[in-house]
Design a protein around this ligand. Structure first.
Ligand code: NAD
Ligand code: UD1
Length: 353
């Protein structure tokens, strides 16, 4: 990734899972992250973890992305101290698929509304570079795999998925309306793992929905067994296939995307798949964990989970060719780091928003 000239970069959702790891990667690349989070799905511990890993006092603001005046004050403050914000990594959003079905208006307001407010403030301050957290969920069940960025978007399976499609549309329209806009739409596949230090990682609140936190909590004895959601799919071992990428690879992709935004001149807005290019089944993830840690994963086969895509993995060539980014860590690395983090985390906090 190389050293850069050190830009001041706002990281919304900076106390969250991917935002905190990306803040560390930004710092390591010579940039200056400024973290913002309303702590609706995170704690200040993550900010302390980022500071520990960076070895300096990274600024943190407890602020909501829908707070127009609060955002304006923050952008103005940065101008006043001679460190204007030059780009934004926008992670802040709600992300629980099931909750979005129960509370679609909350998801629209927070995810789409928050982006709208943030873009208005950015425009007022002439900030054009944004790296946006999108998701492979925009593809739905793909017609062919690996899926590339030209694949059609499918009808969103959930209100959460719709917010990602809607945000991509808002950003595309915003880019059309502004001469200097530079926006990267990063379509993440399945981020897993943690910083190898174990100082930061994913903080699942309540019972985890995602595979890897559920798996590590099971091995830690917090859950009796992992349920594999269906083994009768049309895949080699009958279980669903995903493209799991290490969160530090994902974090480094944000640095590459930011650099692209700040340097490229052709496209104003561009989508990039972020994945490894290889699919792994649920059983392969279990085997990877067992291989990496030497521990066995108690698991049972259960019914299919409604709404699950059968098999999806990325064609990540565009990110390689245009961002110079490629995932380098293995699934086993991610399992080692996820387990390391789980051991540090201990018992879960059961407060969900
Ligand atoms: P996370 O919940 O750990 O982090 C999001 C952070 O944003 C949290 O700390 C939360 O407190 C904060 N936040 C939410 N709404 C806010 C608001 N209005 N103002 C300020 N802060 C707010 O989630 P994550 O896994 O780090 O995900 C980051 C982004 O990546 C999200 O946009 C998510 O939709 C997207 N994404 C995540 C995954 C995944 O598997 N984790 C996959 C695809 C896309
Ligand atoms: C889910 C969301 C997706 C979101 C992503 C990241 C759905 C339908 N999709 O993706 O929109 O972007 O999380 O937050 O919810 N599995 C088990 N047992 C478990 C948990 C999961 O077998 O206890 C399986 C699932 O069936 C799936 C795989 O593990 O095949 C991965 O599941 P998960 O981690 O929830 O991610 P996605 O379903 O890919």
């Amino acid at each position: 990734m190389g050293q850069t000239h050190g830009h001041h970069v706002l990281v919304t959702g900076g106390a969250g899972y991917i935002g905190s790891h990306s803040a560390v990667a930004l710092h390591e690349a010579g940039h200056h992250p400024i973290l913002l989070d309303n702590l609706s799905n995170s704690t200040p511990d993550a900010v302390e973890g980022v500071r520990e890993l960076c070895g300096r006092d990274i600024p943190f603001h407890t602020l909501d992305c829908s707070d127009f005046d609060g955002l304006k004050s923050l952008f103005q403050h940065q101008v006043d101290v001679g460190q204007p914000i030059q780009g934004v990594l926008h992670f802040a959003a709600f992300k629980a698929v099931g909750e979005s079905v129960a509370k679609p208006a909350l998801y629209a307001a927070n995810n789409v509304g928050g982006l709208g407010v943030l873009l208005q403030v950015m425009a007022e301050f002439g900030v054009e570079a944004m790296v946006f957290s999108s998701s492979c969920t925009v593809y739905g069940e793909p017609n062919k795999v690996p899926v590339d960025e030209g694949a059609p978007m499918q009808h969103a399976e959930s209100p959460y998925g719709w917010t990602k499609q809607a945000c991509e549309r808002v950003l595309t329209d915003h880019a059309s309306s502004r001469e200097g806009a530079k926006i990267a739409l990063l379509r993440y596949f399945n981020p897993v793992g943690a910083h190898p230090s174990g100082v930061i990682g994913e903080l699942p609140l309540g019972v985890p929905n995602n595979l890897v936190p559920f798996l590590t909590q099971t091995v830690a004895g917090i859950r009796p067994a992992l349920t594999v959601f269906g083994d009768d799919y049309d895949t080699p071992d009958g279980t669903c296939i995903r493209d799991y990428l290490h969160v530090m690879d994902l974090a480094e992709a944000h640095v590459a995307a930011l650099n692209w935004c700040l340097s490229q001149s052709k496209d104003k807005v561009r989508a990039f798949n972020l994945g490894t290019g290889t699919g792994a089944s649920v059983l392969e993830v279990i085997h990877s964990f067992e291989r990496a840690t030497g521990l066995s994963v108690p698991h049972v086969i259960g019914p299919r989970r409604p709404g699950d895509v059968v098999a999806i993995w990325a064609d990540p060539k565009r990110a390689h060719n245009e961002l110079g980014w490629k995932a380098s860590r293995t699934l086993d690395d991610a399992m080692t780091d996820a387990w390391n983090w789980q051991q540090r985390l201990g018992q879960p906090d059961n407060n969900a928003h």
